[in-house]
Design a protein. Structure first.
Length: 163
């Protein structure tokens, strides 16, 4: 068996996410029996090899955990869901069978965010720079965002505050 590579990201499970979105759209009782969002953070983190606590901190920073959050940006793009997936990603997600309206489902949103964060980790390593790049590639904004995630984790008692 080949060793698990931590510097690669796993593709989104398009079929599973689409089936999940379809169940939600149809109002299926199976969708309502879905695991709570906390389980989704753990499952998405494990699937992509990203820390679920970082995903939770990003959700808190982006929307205070509001799965229904939709924000319009000054540049005309929109951010959707608790992890504020930006509309710049919609074409790629659509090509993988994930319609943008599926991002309002908390679990789909979390799995997509984990996938996006893992792409940054592949590029920058398992670093604060990768976490900051989830928000912006601009060095000033990237670094400020990474510091805000550090502060959230420190406030939750999960990190020592930066000196």
């Amino acid at each position: 068996m080949a060793p698990h590579k931590t510097n690669t990201f796993r593709p989104l499970r398009v079929g599973a996410l689409c089936a999940w979105a379809a169940l939600l759209a149809l109002g299926s009782s199976a969708a309502h029996a879905a695991p709570p969002a906390d389980d989704c953070f753990d499952r998405a983190g494990a699937y992509q090899g990203v820390n679920p606590l970082v995903l939770r901190a990003v959700a808190w920073r982006e929307s205070k955990g509001d799965a229904t959050a939709i924000n319009r940006n000054a540049n005309g793009s929109i951010d959707v869901g608790q992890l504020q997936i930006n509309s710049i990603h919609f074409p790629e997600l659509e090509s993988r069978g994930i319609p943008h309206r599926a991002l309002t489902d908390p679990c789909v949103n979390i799995f997509v965010a984990a996938w996006l964060l893992k792409q940054k980790m592949v590029r920058y390593g398992n670093t604060w720079r990768a976490i900051g790049a989830y928000h912006s590639e601009s060095p000033h904004e990237r670094d400020a965002y990474a510091r805000s995630i550090q502060a959230i984790l420190a406030n939750w008692g999960l990190l020592r505050p930066q000196q």
